[in-house]
Design a protein around this ligand. Structure first.
Ligand code: CMC
Length: 432
């Protein structure tokens, strides 16, 4: 429907009431029926489990068209940003909804670089946790704990949260690398200010105090690309979580810590770990690709083709297209081959010609190919979702800040349709 033809109101009749509900049209033509008066005027609420038909906010940060496979950060296509931008520049873009000038980028890079160290006392938090614990749990704890180190601005309405935003962006890689080093019993590596954002992450992950580690620029660029692709994805599960927690007035660190926990789940960011484990199980002969696909189609098997399907993308995920090509590029530049890439391509081909996947519009999502690049970088499987979290950090922060400035924002508090027991008399335990 073109914008002029879009009705200004939607008529809803309910019993003897007829309501003219205002219609909103977004800058890309997406249409929403504003139901804020619905309950007050009719007594009824809407029912939308998973909120697939519900707009929870307006936003200027990211545009996504799932039918056409379009993803743009503040108007810039993900393809252009992947090719020409850097993760640090994308951070600024998401936070300000415009590209920085050269001077702004230099200043911001300086700020990010000089806040990378963690308070020495925070190290004890890592060593108090079991080495076998999942690093996502460790990161959620450490990010939440930042609010105990930076109490000054927490909750202060006068604060614009810039300092805390910079700290989170700067310290997340250090927290991530410490969660890994703690798990393998190696000393924590301090950040190096002479390195770029991605190269510094590789240094903190793989360096040791015994010898100097020089990050390979091919790997650093590949990591930067992954981080750009993960930087924001409008109102996904973890971002909605960050906004929801923030809506209660909780501070930025607490809100983002909750976002990390939401991202951990296998239906969300945790899928990247599951994908590589699935590919390895096929490589190791536990099941053939065809057997695996048959299982994924059986509802009672409990098996899904991980890295496939998306709530919003019903055609293709543009990030997956970029990553599929990047897998070939990165492995080629490193002069390596990975049988997992061949298995992934085989699974994709089977799915593209199988009615089950085609009819349900299930295509590879961002997590399908990202793990192959993480693996080429030497990132251990259990750290994959942590790297997703490093990438998603600017999106979470930008969305949280946008929420804070939104005059229409309210505490998130959905309703429910109660289907439990009606009122009944309490009976003492001995009479039951
Ligand atoms: N393998 C097999 N069947 C699937 C898959 C899959 N990966 N995904 C969806 N289906 C089926 C599902 O069983 C359902 O079938 P039917 O209509 O017969 O009941 C239909 O497709 C629709 O699925 P849904 O679960 O109702 O769709 P949703 O929009 O609620 O879920 C999803 C989206 C991403 C959770 C789901 O596709 C999925 O579980 N994918 C695998 C996990 C994954 O890769 N997650 C990463 C998502 S992208 C990155 C991110 O957000 O972090």
């Amino acid at each position: 429907m073109n914008q002029e033809a879009t009705p200004k109101t939607a008529k809803l009749s309910f019993g003897d009431k007829v309501l003219d509900l205002p219609v909103m049209v977004g800058s890309e033509g997406e249409v929403a029926i504003d139901i804020r008066q619905l309950r007050a005027k009719t007594g009824a609420i809407t029912y939308d489990p998973g909120l697939g038909n519900t707009g929870s906010c307006t936003s200027k940060i990211t545009f996504l068209d799932g039918e056409q496979g379009i993803l743009r950060y503040s108007g810039y296509s993900i393809e252009d940003l992947a090719k020409q931008s850097s993760f640090v520049e994308v951070m600024w873009l998401l936070l300000h909804q415009q590209l920085p000038s050269a001077a702004q980028l230099a200043q911001f890079t300086q700020e990010i670089t000089y806040h990378t160290m963690l308070h020495e006392d925070l190290k004890h938090l890592f060593s108090s946790l079991p080495k076998t614990g999942h690093p996502m749990a460790v990161c959620a704890a450490a990010v939440g704990a930042l609010s105990t180190f930076y109490q000054k601005n927490v909750g202060s309405p006068a604060d614009n949260n810039w300092g805390d935003s910079v700290r989170l962006l700067a310290k997340m890689p250090t927290i991530a690398a410490y969660s890994y080093k703690h798990g393998i019993g190696q000393p924590f590596m301090y950040p190096r200010n002479d390195l770029g954002y991605a190269a510094n992450i590789l240094h903190m992950m793989f360096g040791t105090p015994c010898e100097r580690y020089e990050p390979n620029p091919v790997l650093a660029r590949a990591l930067d690309l992954l981080l750009i692709l993960h930087a924001d994805h409008e109102q996904n599960c973890s971002t909605s979580t960050v906004r929801t927690v923030g809506s209660s007035g909780a501070n930025l660190f607490a809100s983002v810590s909750a976002g990390i926990s939401a991202l951990w789940g296998p239906l969300h960011g945790g899928a990247n770990q599951e994908v590589i484990e699935m590919l390895m199980s096929i490589r190791d002969g536990k099941r053939s690709a065809v057997e695996f696909m048959d299982l994924a189609k059986k509802k009672d098997s409990g098996v899904r083709l991980m890295g496939f399907g998306h709530r919003v993308y019903k055609n293709f995920d543009p990030r997956a297209l970029i990553l599929k090509k990047a897998c070939d590029d990165v492995l080629g530049q490193l002069g390596r081959q990975d049988p997992l890439l061949d298995i992934a391509k085989e699974l994709e081909q089977i799915a593209l010609h199988d009615d089950y996947f085609v009819s349900r519009k299930l295509y590879p999502n961002v997590d399908f190919y990202s793990g192959i690049i993480y693996k080429a970088l030497g990132i251990p499987v259990e750290m994959f979702t942590v790297f997703f979290a490093i990438g998603r950090m600017p999106g979470w922060i930008a969305q949280w800040l946008e929420y804070k400035k939104d005059p229409e924002a309210k505490i998130t508090r959905p309703r429910q349709v109660f289907v439990g027991a009606n009122q009944r008399a309490y009976r003492a335990v001995e009479t039951r």
